[in-house]
Ligand binder design. Sequence first.
Ligand SMILES: C[S@@+](CC[C@H](N)C(=O)[O-])C[C@H]1O[C@@H](n2cnc3c(N)ncnc32)[C@H](O)[C@@H]1O
Length: 399
Amino acid sequence: MTPTDPGLDAVLGSLVPWPDDGSRADGPVAVDATDRLLLDEARDRLATAGPGDVVVLGDRFGALTLGALALGAADVRVHTDAVDAERALLANAEGVDRARDRFSVHTALGPDVLAGARTVLLQLPKSLAELTEVAELVARHAAGDVVLLAGGRLKHMSRTMNEVLGASFADVRATLARGKSRALVAAGPRAERRDGPLTYPVTARLADRELLAAARIVDGGVDVVAHGAAFAGASLDHGTRFLLSTADRWPPADRVRDAVDLGSGTGLLAVVLARRYPDARVVATDRSAAAVASTRATAAAGGVADRVITTRDDAGGGLPGASADVVLLNPPFHDRAAVRTDAAHRMFATAGRVLRPGGELWCVFNTRLRYRPALERAVGPTEHVAQDPRFTVTRSVRG
Ligand SMILES: C[S@@+](CC[C@H](N)C(=O)[O-])C[C@H]1O[C@@H](n2cnc3c(N)ncnc32)[C@H](O)[C@@H]1O
């Protein structure tokens, strides 16, 4: 039976699925069964954890971080890929006594957050690429006696996850399932991970016709750099390719001083914008730390780092109003844990706000999503420029 702990219960009971307040019936929950399972499994280690021992990765709304502190951890180092999850933790920490000065938030997944760690709690990512990068970095930087507890929902877990962890750790076991969740427990970082090469970031040279034409490259390719969590990895997404195939109808260079790649992923669109509009300033923004790091590296590899400014932001909320002449957008289909389109709609609103009058949003999306009315409302008159059975590309002009 799980021991109860009034301090932990009080902390977990105070959390909300920020920015929601938890009242939406179909909204996310602030504390899920995986959070509780991980905290229970780590309870004894947390109770005796000294300074620098505990790291939390992938916390959703702060349950793991604030729960670990409630269970006795001296302090916690935190990395979450999504900036909105980071903001949720900070918002929830405000309601927990003496919490804020006992955890530190680290944007980069690397030695700052991981060096010397002895207990690492991880909400399992869905992508094996992301898990590979996390496992390798934990094995490389954490203490030799580190225990990585990685939990997830059974429906999102596969045997391959054990294998991915097994490539970086000598001992991997699974806990019994509780409710719909299970944890994988990994220990014994493999020697070859301590000093051998890392799988991520990966680099590839892409020579897709649409990409080269849009970037005005006659001969050669575009180098893309991808961290594990970056969308599409080191390849060109089908939707992105379809958007690129319309490039000859994007605004001419003499009308573009400022361009935005909204939700930049690995930054391929940012590189295309920088090459196509040589006098323009390009802003590439994404909520994912892995995406921003990938975009920065892709821009550097493409020789346009000096003209591509990267920001990590939720739906480009920090971009100034009326500051762009063209925005490119391949919006996400998933909004954090749920399959929802909230993020896409917030990005449309951002495009409407940041475009100057006459500026254009070029957007590609799954044809069945029928975003045109929403684009009309958020930005302005919208036409279907290209359509195939899977994707639609629209052009919306800011009125
Ligand atoms: C479909 S991918 C497109 C990536 C890239 N532009 C491309 O075409 O390959 C959508 C991107 O939006 C990002 N994203 C999702 N939700 C976001 C949000 N709320 N704010 C900012 N970026 C977000 C994801 O991290 C992902 O990189």
